[in-house]
Design a protein around this ligand. Structure first.
Ligand code: GDD
Length: 335
């Protein structure tokens, strides 16, 4: 019997890599997608284009409990990966209410529907290193207290605690991944890695003359999304549910990222990066660096791609994509 998995957020960077990974492991893979996405498949389902015909897609809305309940009432699943969220930190400052509603209630609806209809289904919650926020220790590990710095970070703390509570109160198999920043050529253009690698490609090809950025001193632990989704799957294969930090253990500043990405295209970032005060956040997370010892020892998980390899892949993917089409996706004004 094939295992059956449901992915919320299947159209995103992580969802698309996870869908490919699970198909490769001979899973039957289902995904929840907003109905509006089905009306614009070329754009909204573009990350799934290689595997779309192998997936079963369910239109549903995470803002509605009946909608989620309906999905789980139709099929039984072995595993549920809850990745869907408003995941852009800056947007959560602009509209904290929507972020809270989607990220907290959406998670609660999925857990409540699972409890009601299929309590044996294993559940993965996409927690985040943003939960550590104003960090209480370095490096950050599973036992590090949370101190979120944004509505997004607060919403992820709530989702994390909901998963813990369903595990403790109802004995459900609920795992939290505490994933540090993870990127790829499939990253949205609003996130700093892709904004920079796309900017480098645009400048190199004569389509732009600058990239406008905010805080260059923030430090992040950046890994490759394709590596990180493997850890999600491994968590659900363990004998007991638990929470795991997933990180590379290396940290770099946004400035380091600029230097590396521009030099990959033979450019000096000092000439092209302009500081834009409007991109600064009202409260910043200054330093993230994860200690993934538990994932190494229990899950036998190791990242394969390092920071330099990641940025190189992203710059060259953006150069190739822009050279072939001459245009890129629109960038959000706030990004
Ligand atoms: N987006 C963006 N745009 N960030 C900028 C810019 C800019 O122009 N200039 C500087 N930064 C800084 C931000 O202030 C932040 O300190 C850092 O670059 C990274 O920003 P993002 O790439 O937007 O990611 P994030 O760290 O806020 O959040 C990401 O990682 C989390 C895990 O720690 C997201 O993927 C979250 O969803 C995820 O949970």
């Amino acid at each position: 019997m094939k295992k059956k998995a449901l992915i919320t957020g299947i159209t995103g960077q992580d969802g698309s890599y996870l869908a490919e990974h699970l198909l490769g492991l001979d899973y039957e893979v289902h995904g929840i997608v907003r109905r509006v996405a089905l009306e614009q498949p070329e754009h909204r389902l573009s990350r799934l284009k290689g595997v779309l015909d192998k997936l079963k897609i369910h239109p549903a809305n995470l803002d509605s409990y009946p909608s989620i309940f309906h999905v789980f009432s139709r099929e039984q699943y072995d595993e549920c990966y809850h990745l869907a969220a408003q995941s852009f930190v800056a947007e959560s400052f602009a509209d904290g209410f929507s972020t809270m509603s989607t990220n907290i209630s959406g998670t609660h609806y999925v857990l409540a529907a699972l409890r009601e209809l299929q309590p044996k289904c294993k559940f993965y919650f996409a927690g985040s290193s943003e939960m550590f926020g104003k960090v209480r220790e370095t490096p950050q590990r599973e036992s590090t207290p949370f101190h979120p710095r944004s509505p997004y970070g607060i919403s992820k703390c709530a989702g994390f605690q909901l998963a813990v509570n369903y595990r403790e109160a109802y004995g459900m198999f609920c795992c939290n991944g505490i994933l540090f920043n993870h990127e790829s050529p499939r990253r949205g253009l609003e996130f700093v890695t892709r904004k920079i690698t796309n900017g480098v490609a645009r400048i190199k090809l004569g389509l732009a003359s600058e990239v406008r950025l905010g805080n260059l001193d923030a430090k992040r632990d950046w890994g490759h999304a394709r590596d990180y989704i493997e850890a999600m799957h491994l968590m659900l294969q363990q004998p007991a549910a638990d929470d795991y930090v997933v990180a590379t253990g290396q940290t770099h500043s946004v400035r380091d990222l600029c230097e590396l990405a521009f030099s990959e295209a033979g450019l000096d970032y000092n000439k092209y990066v302009k500081i834009d005060q409007s991109v600064y956040r009202p409260a910043e997370v200054d330093l993230l660096i994860g200690d993934a010892s538990k994932a190494h020892s229990v899950l036998k998980w190791q990242p394969k791609v390092d920071f330099a390899g990641l940025i190189k892949e992203m710059v060259h993917a953006d150069l190739a994509a822009l050279a072939s089409t001459g245009k890129s996706e629109p960038v959000l004004a706030r990004a």
